[in-house]
Design a protein around this ligand. Structure first.
Ligand SMILES: [Zn+2]
Length: 318
């Protein structure tokens, strides 16, 4: 069968696999708990790939893997905070076990490729900036119809561009990263700070739960229920998102900016302020087309679809 590949999304707790057609449709899928040793993960990836092949009477098809962590140009996982491997040559091991093309890349990169080819950026022909706004802020970059990996495979960490030097501390150790100002974690922090600072009227939605338990999701639920303070918190995070996007658009001039991740449940409550802040500060405003800032559409499937489509594209590294 032409134009089919296996895609795997290896997360800290779940491993999702799919047989994916070149238009991004998922023909078959499986889901497992992620094993807790590198060897067991390899065995599971190999068996998932072979099972799809047997079940669908296929010749060996390319395999694409997206995994959380820093992954170098050889497909070696250098470091992964939520997976049990460090300096593990995943690409080399899988290629020798499966005897077919295997692509291994960072999970945010493969998600960006998935959205570019089959999701929110599918109408783009050459370029896309993708941000995944969840607990942190992930990123991926496509330029000239190619996924940008950088010199060592670590490009696309767009959540760690600085938007406010001296601002809130980021998990990466720096201050004022986009992630520290616009992630789901940041939305919760902004809300808690406003509660602690007495800026939230007592008895309203954000002032009711114990401040330590206030989450980004609760802020979004309160905003949809019409709570003004919650809408303002999302607008603040959304404006920071727009400030970050303006820098990315200034640097890369993409056709489209796609925003996904759990925080996008807030939809336009986050994106409308982002669009406004981006348009207000972008270089050349008034004399250029503004790249649309749109929601991602593939949801949790972005990783496995993107991994498979990247394997099909079989692009050499820059
Ligand atoms: Zn950071």
């Amino acid at each position: 069968m032409a134009g089919v590949a296996v895609g795997l999304d290896v997360g800290g707790t779940k491993l999702a696999g799919g047989l994916v057609a070149e238009d991004g449709s998922v023909l078959d899928r499986v889901r497992h708990d992620t094993p807790d040793t590198p060897d067991a993960i390899v065995e599971l990836v190999v068996s998932v790939a072979r099972n799809f092949q047997t079940r669908h009477n296929l010749e060996p098809v390319p395999v694409g893997v997206g995994a959380a962590g820093l992954i170098d140009t050889e497909g070696t996982v250098r470091y992964a905070p939520n997976l049990p491997w460090a300096d593990f040559p995943l690409g080399t091991v899988l290629r020798s076990r499966l005897d077919r093309p295997v692509t291994v890349d960072n999970d945010a990169n493969v998600a960006a490729w998935g959205e570019y080819r089959a999701g929110g950026g599918r109408d783009a022909h050459r370029s896309l900036v993708m941000l995944t706004v969840g607990t942190g802020v992930g990123g991926g970059l496509v330029l000239e119809d190619r996924l940008v990996r950088g010199a060592g495979g670590m490009a696309g960490e767009l959540g760690h561009i600085t938007v406010l030097e001296g601002g809130p501390r980021c998990p990466c150790g720096a201050t004022g990263c986009l992630e520290a100002l616009a992630s789901g974690t940041a939305i919760a922090r902004i809300a808690r700070e406003r509660v602690a600072g007495g800026q939230i009227p007592p008895g309203t939605a954000l002032a009711t739960p114990p401040p330590d338990e206030l989450s980004g999701k609760q802020v979004t639920i309160a905003a949809y229920a019409g709570d003004r303070a919650a809408v303002d918190v999302l607008a603040t995070a959304g404006r920071w998102l727009g400030v970050g996007i303006a820098s990315l658009v200034a640097a890369f001039d993409p056709e489209v900016v796609v925003v996904g991740g759990g925080a996008m449940q807030a939809g336009d409550l986050l994106l409308a302020p982002a669009r406004e802040a981006c348009a207000a500060r972008l270089i050349g405003r008034g004399h250029r087309e503004l790249a649309p800032i749109v929601p991602a559409v593939l949801g949790d499937d972005a990783g496995l679809i993107g991994a498979a489509l990247l394997a099909l594209a079989a692009q050499p590294w820059y």
